[in-house]
Design a protein around this ligand. Sequence first.
Ligand code: ADP
Length: 218
Amino acid sequence: MLTTHNLTYSYPGTNPVFRFPDLTVGSAEACLLLGPSGAGKSTWLHLLAGLLTPAAGSTFLDGTDYAKLTGGALDRFRGRNIGLVLQRAYFLEALTVKENLLIARRSAGLPADEEGAHTVLEQLGIGPLAARRPHQLSIGEQQRATIARALVNHPKLILADEPTSALDNRNAARVSSLLRQRAAELGAALVVVTHDQRLRDDYSTVVELQPSTPQQTY
Ligand code: ADP
């Protein structure tokens, strides 16, 4: 379960102080964080991933306090417990899609699992593309490969940043549904941040952020 309390953040040398609403997202639950561009959604997601350190407040994942993990420990914790689906697919182009998944496990210190990688690619409907290089996939297929990579370590938390913004309606609906379905099957908490209003009706929990203003309070 993911919980946050009184999270705030401001970028060094800038005025706005982002104050984020408290979140509780249980295992197999999904939460949509909706707001316009510039509202602080990516900032929030980076805090939830432990990629940014808050000015104040706390984040716990399954009882682990991010503030107690420093340096390498936080990176290892993230690698093992958090699956990230970022706006753009960052793959190693020299490797195949499947090898990119295997590397994700290795860098988290987990044993290779060829069968697991194959299974997750099949589940996302891109099994036949496993041996291709990432650039040989369409945008929609790349986004599904990004999701596959986020799932391959069986994370407790899946964080997705605008996973559908580059997709047409059909692919957006498909990606959104796959994310929710796979997260629920894994028993992972799922947090999606987006400005994409098309996703609103898919989620029972929706938290809306207002546009950013100096000294803002949500
Ligand atoms: P969103 O994801 O909702 O579009 P972001 O979290 O990316 O919003 O950014 C919120 C605001 O924070 C931006 O409008 C920008 O002014 C500011 N911001 C984002 N990243 C940085 C940074 N690295 N340094 C300074 N300000 C930043």
